[in-house]
Design a protein around this ligand. Structure first.
Ligand SMILES: [Cu+2]
Length: 125
């Protein structure tokens, strides 16, 4: 083996190694999951979720902040795992649900459902 073919082989080995390491790190750190904040009760004290509708990616978390006009709760009918049925009394208290399933998930606040306090989480793949 002459020197130049030896150098070529080393180069290929190094390139292969860099490629393998690169793909390892890419797969080891997927795009980080986001947290989207939804206020329960507008700043002016209206009985709404703000924003009313959010679009997130699978694996993201929605964090509901007890803002105004509480108590509130979060009810996803047919999705106990996403719901927080206990009324939240404490100012600035936070509730969180992580959405791993793609789809549209409607929810409401049971004390204020009649007033139209409802929202939707759209989960994209
Ligand atoms: Cu409410």
């Amino acid at each position: 083996m002459n020197i130049s073919s030896f150098v070529k082989k080393c180069g290929l080995l190094i390139a292969g190694f860099v490629f393998v390491m690169g793909s390892f790190f890419m797969s080891a750190s997927p795009a980080s999951a986001d947290v989207v904040v939804v206020k329960m009760g507008s700043d002016k004290g209206q009985l709404v979720f703000e924003p009313k509708e959010v679009t997130i990616k699978a694996g993201d978390t929605v964090r509901w902040l007890n803002n105004k006009a509480f108590p509130h709760n979060i009810v996803f009918e047919g999705h106990e795992e996403l719901s927080h049925k206990k009324l939240v009394q404490k100012p600035k208290a936070e509730l969180e649900s992580t959405f791993n399933e793609v789809g549209e998930f409607s929810y409401y606040c049971s004390p204020h459902r009649g007033a139209g306090m409802a929202g939707k989480v759209i989960v994209e793949g």
